[in-house]
Design a protein around this ligand. Sequence first.
Ligand code: ZN
Length: 86
Amino acid sequence: MYRPERMCAVCRTKKDKSELIRIVRSPEGVFSLDGTGNSPGRGAYLCRSEKCLTQCVKKRLLNRVFKAEVPEDIYETVAGMCSEDK
Ligand SMILES: [Zn+2]
């Protein structure tokens, strides 16, 4: 079976797609957390680790990845996932 690998936007480690969180910008320009991993649009991937999620939020890394202003509620959701992980 084909297991696609994706790179974490923070630590640049390649991991199985299922181990990463995907944030997607739809063709309409709407950002969301993609639970299925199959939503259309451009995606960014993050490890499900507190370190990477915290770094992402702190440095507003998604803005850089998407070259756009990512809404604050997306960062809040990502930050919320840090504590869930414990
Ligand atoms: Zn990472």
